[in-house]
Design a protein around this ligand. Structure first.
Ligand code: ASP
Length: 567
């Protein structure tokens, strides 16, 4: 019998074998009180020490209790626990299994290093807050399956030992013992396989897929994570966005009882950059960035005119005049650490201007600022994409979302096809994404945009997708423009271009990061708190000690050898 089922028991009823862990144990003279906890709930056990009971019960022992179920006197009711109204007067207690001394308490608020929590994850998962997160995860999977089934989308799995695929990160490699000197890769996503389903004539596909990306430890990324991966045949971005909106709204209602009423907003990449300084805007913050490049066209402030001569822009955020000098200085410091030249600012108060550059400002520039009303103007000037992250930082530093929980979704589309990374062109999504306009792309790939869309929730990128290239010739051109040689194209993607060459329907898809979605709903700082067994920031598993060295004899079977093994 579990503790929840006791609610239906009658006062003074005999109950048998209620099993659970000892949360706490208190000795009051002849009586001992135990808080007994199982997966569902907890209840107080009272036992008389005179009875023949085990005397060495300690925290987290797993015990079995039989006795009389009783309603407690009104004044004794413990309102903090669900079953605080009841207790069991034990007639028999048996220890099923003892527990060693705990490395940390099984409490919601513990101040324990995360690596210890991960080493003893099975104990960490006994804590109510972690348990709720994982149950929420299970509910999320259930709701996803319900809505996908309702929409008649096929759940199909794809292999996880595959040929190396590029999606921006490095692959995890798996040596093949049988096929000497060769390697599989673990999928960064099921991208090419889901496209193969469309080529094979399936109308749609979904999978709750494990994906693996060997990235340098970036904040809150995991080497393996879980995506809801979908693909639709005969589809375009509008169809996919509509379907994803339906799926997300259903999951929020069904799994978390959160009703999302409004339609998801949509903005282009360039609107997002100019208004928010980022392609992941947090729309819970209403304040936006303003542009005043035109106003300063004829400025006499030298460094600004230099920037404008190089086609730079001048943008600002305005806050009220109560912003203190101390905060301005702190923000200036943080911006410099991020690589900005620093914070430019003016203050307007009752038609008077102040600030470091106020003596150099022209009458018309001053008039413009005065026309915006009293307040402090926080400026950045430079190339649009270079200053965007600084403006984003200012916006999130000065303005905070209200504390009440809100879910603001937003689609971002019209991304540039390529971005420049360390001097090389990299597709902003992946090289299977269709360009918005084929001819423009062929003439000028650097300036071309893509049929790629991201879904952003409260400033977090929840997922990405695109319409795919369905024409093998265009696929080849995109790979060439990306910088691959003919041999590389043939070696890495020859099979894929071949598969595209037998009458491929137009298709489009999307993937939602399930870990991030749950972390947002449960307001967790890290996705590690919604993943049952995550790795540390540096990709280690303190519980099992993975990854680990492999015995050299075994390596030999794989035709592998350590070059430098630092032990
Ligand atoms: N494969 C992509 C990703 O994992 C998503 C997609 O384009 O469907 O980000």
């Amino acid at each position: 019998m579990n503790i929840n089922e006791l609610v239906n028991a009658k006062n003074n009823a005999q109950v048998q074998n209620v099993n659970g862990w000892v949360s706490s144990i208190r000795d009051h003279g002849g009586l001992t009180f135990i808080d007994l906890r199982d997966f569902y709930s907890s209840i107080q056990i009272v036992y008389e020490q005179s009875k023949n009971m085990p005397s060495d019960i300690k925290n987290e022992y797993y015990i079995s209790v039989s006795g009389v179920f009783k309603e407690r006197d009104e004044e004794l009711v413990n309102k903090n626990t669900q079953l605080g109204k009841y207790e069991i007067h034990a007639s028999e207690i048996n220890i099923i299994n003892k527990s060693k001394t705990l490395p940390f308490q099984i409490d919601n608020n513990i101040d324990t290093d995360e690596s210890i929590r991960l080493k003893y994850r099975y104990l960490d998962l006994r804590r109510q807050s972690m348990k709720s997160n994982i149950v929420g995860r299970s509910n999320t999977f259930k709701s996803i399956r319900k809505i996908m089934d309702k929409m008649d989308v096929l759940e199909i799995d794809t292999p996880t030992l595959i040929k190396s695929t590029p999606e921006g990160a490095k692959d995890f490699l798996v040596p093949s013992r049988k096929n000497n000197s060769t390697f599989y890769a673990l999928p960064q996503s099921p991208q090419m396989y889901k496209q193969l389903f469309m080529m094979a004539g399936f109308p749609n596909y979904y999978q709750i897929a494990k994906c693996y990306r060997d990235e340098d430890s970036r904040k809150d990324r995991q080497p393996e994570f879980t995506q809801l991966d979908v693909e639709f045949s005969n589809a375009n971005p509008e169809i996919v966005k509509k379907n994803i909106e339906t799926i997300v709204k259903f999951v929020f209602k069904d799994a978390y009882d959160i009703k999302i009423d409004s339609a998801f907003k949509n903005m282009t990449f360039s609107e997002a950059i100019s208004l928010y300084g980022t392609d992941k805007p947090d729309l819970r913050i209403k304040e936006t960035i303003s542009d005043c490049t035109e106003v300063f066209k004829t400025t006499e402030i030298n460094f600004l005119s230099d920037i404008l001569n190089k086609e730079g822009v001048i943008r600002f955020l305005k806050t009220d005049e109560s912003l203190t000098r101390k905060i301005i200085d702190q923000l200036d410091q943080e911006l410099k650490e991020l690589g900005s030249n620093g914070l430019g600012w003016f203050k307007i108060e009752n038609n008077e201007i102040s600030g470091p550059l106020s003596k150099l400002i022209s009458e018309s520039e001053k008039e413009f600022l005065i026309s915006q009303g009293n307040g402090v103007f926080l400026f950045q000037a430079g190339q649009e994409m270079e200053i965007a992250p600084f403006l984003d930082h200012i916006r999130r530093y000065i303005f905070k979302p209200t504390t009440e929980q809100q879910f603001t979704f937003c689609w971002i589309d019209n991304f540039p096809y390529f971005e420049v990374e360390n001097g090389n062109l990299q597709p902003s999504h992946h090289p299977f994404t269709a360009p918005t306009n084929e001819e423009d792309f062929i003439d000028n790939p650097e300036l071309s945009t893509a049929l790629h869309y991201d879904l952003v929730l409260n400033g977090v990128e929840l997922g990405s997708g695109s319409q795919r290239i369905s024409n093998p010739d265009l696929q080849r051109i995109v790979l060439e423009k990306w910088g691959l040689s003919n041999e590389e194209i043939q070696d890495r993607f020859g099979w894929f271009i071949e598969a595209l060459s037998y009458g491929t329907p137009q298709h489009a898809g999307f993937a939602i990061g399930i870990d991030r979605l749950i972390a947002e709903v449960y307001n967790q700082n890290s996705i590690r708190d919604v993943i049952p067994f995550p790795k540390t920031q540096s990709g280690l598993d303190p519980l099992t000690d993975a990854p680990s060295y492999i015995n050299e004899n075994i390596l030999e079977e794989y035709n592998l050898k350590y070059i430098n093994k630092d032990e």
